[in-house]
Design a protein around this ligand. Structure first.
Ligand code: HEC
Length: 131
């Protein structure tokens, strides 16, 4: 009976869909990092100075400057500090005070520890999720 076959296939697909959905929600492939207040202050420094107009975090943002998701581990805090304070011919300088700079660096460190923004470095798991 073709009708029975269709119903069997439909029910199998629904069960597979619900099973996979439950599995993904029960075992999320990411860790939830608690954010502290200094990181949140740093995020505000980032937003108030409009860094995202020219820079991306995880590929989102402006494209005049480079993606800064992993700049903390690639370049280090001293390099970032020097870049932000001095600027370059194509990036404006920002005269941040010590507290703002400290918070901004904590924010960039936090973003850096959340993962890699380079898709070529992603690990693909057997269940189709990436890390
Ligand atoms: C008007 C656009 C613009 C804004 C706004 C801007 N930047 Fe930039 N930034 C650039 C450009 C362009 C470069 C590349 C400059 C170069 O190589 O001379 C850059 C480079 C950098 C670098 C060095 C990256 C690397 O790995 O070489 C850092 C760090 C940086 N910016 C941080 C910041 C932060 C933090 C802010 C906000 C406080 C900010 N930028 C705001 C345009 C901008």
């Amino acid at each position: 009976m073709p009708d029975k076959k269709i119903i069997t296939i439909f029910i199998t697909l629904v069960i597979a869909f619900l099973g996979y959905t439950a599995y993904l929600y029960l075992y999320p492939p990411f860790q939830t990092n608690e954010t502290d207040t200094l990181v949140n202050t740093g995020k505000m420094v980032w937003q108030n100075n409009n860094c995202q107009a020219c820079h991306q975090i995880y590929g989102l943002g402006g494209h005049l400057g480079p993606d800064l998701t992993n700049s903390y581990s690639k370049r280090g805090p001293e390099f970032i500090k020097a870049f932000v304070m001095a600027g370059t011919p194509i990036m404006p300088s920002f005269k941040l005070n010590d507290n703002e700079m400290d918070a901004l660096l904590h924010y960039l460190q936090h973003i850096d520890s959340s993962g890699s923004s380079d898709p070529r470095k992603f690990t693909i798991h057997f269940n189709g999720t990436i890390e």
